[in-house]
Design a protein. Structure first.
Length: 263
């Protein structure tokens, strides 16, 4: 019974569950709008992000650590946009900053060791539906900016300058397909990175539990090395959380650059 109790389902952590029941939240056509654990953690992320930014907007002559942290993140995004988009990138800083910080907070909150207090964090960026919506928003901005600024000329994005006439059609088709794949790859990259790390941690936790349940000898051989590996991977996951937020924001900036400059 002890060994059975030690079994861990690594995929259960990704299960979306209604918090207040789902029967009374049914709409016509079978649509369910129940408030879920995923929605709860999105709300928590939004509140914490708002509090973080609001707390750093005091405009003190001698900035405190909180204000410096917010200004550092803002300056980081501003520099990234200027380096990749140019002066035109300044108007996109609020969106890219919000996107970067939202993903960063979501990734980090999902790694918080608060399960010991009975509150299990839910990493909603490990769901393709969430990362997909973020990617579609970014892709929509690219399309709107591209057609608003360049009109029909926006389609020249698919024909690199200097392309021989004989290769215009095949290259345009390849570039067009590549362009359409952008939101999918943007969403998939974040989703896979976050999901893989959390699955690995759950698998290792099952090794720790099973090793302890099978006696002191097995615990020394299996549980201790597995726990040490969990600590190391958790530290790596913190790094991955920041890198994935940065990559998502950077690629969005590069796609906006294409819409602005058509190259």
């Amino acid at each position: 019974m002890a060994a059975e109790a030690g079994k861990v389902d690594p995929m259960k952590q990704f299960q979306i569950e209604p918090l207040f029941g789902s029967e009374t939240w049914e709409l016509a056509g079978g649509f369910n709008i129940a408030f879920t654990n995923s929605a709860l953690w999105m709300m928590i992320t939004t509140i914490l992000l708002w509090a973080f930014v609001f707390g750093g907007m005091k405009r003190e002559l001698v900035p405190g650590r909180w204000q410096m942290a917010v200004e550092s993140f803002t300056g980081f995004i501003d520099d990234m946009m200027e380096a990749n988009v140019g002066k035109e990138g300044r108007k996109y800083v609020p969106y890219i900053f919000s996107l970067f910080m939202f993903i960063l907070f979501a990734n980090l909150l999902g790694l918080m060791p608060i399960g010991v207090f009975g509150l299990h964090p839910f990493t909603f960026t490990s769901h393709f539906t969430i990362t997909g919506v973020l990617a579609i928003i970014s892709f929509s901005i690219v399309l709107v900016v591209g057609f608003w600024k360049h009109g029909i000329k926006f389609f020249t994005l698919f024909v690199p300058h200097g392309t021989p006439i004989a290769f215009v059609l095949p290259i345009a088709l390849i570039e067009f397909v590549s362009f359409l794949i952008r939101p999918f790859s943007l969403a998939l990259r974040l989703f896979v990175a976050m999901m893989a790390g959390h699955v690995l941690l759950k698998v290792l936790s099952s090794f720790v539990i099973d090793g302890i349940n099978n006696g002191a000898g097995t615990g020394l051989i299996v549980s201790i090395p597995s726990f040490a590996l969990m600590v190391a991977i958790s530290a790596l996951e913190i790094l991955v959380a920041g890198i994935q937020a940065y990559v998502f924001a950077l690629l969005t900036a590069l796609y906006i650059n294409d819409a602005e400059h058509l190259h």
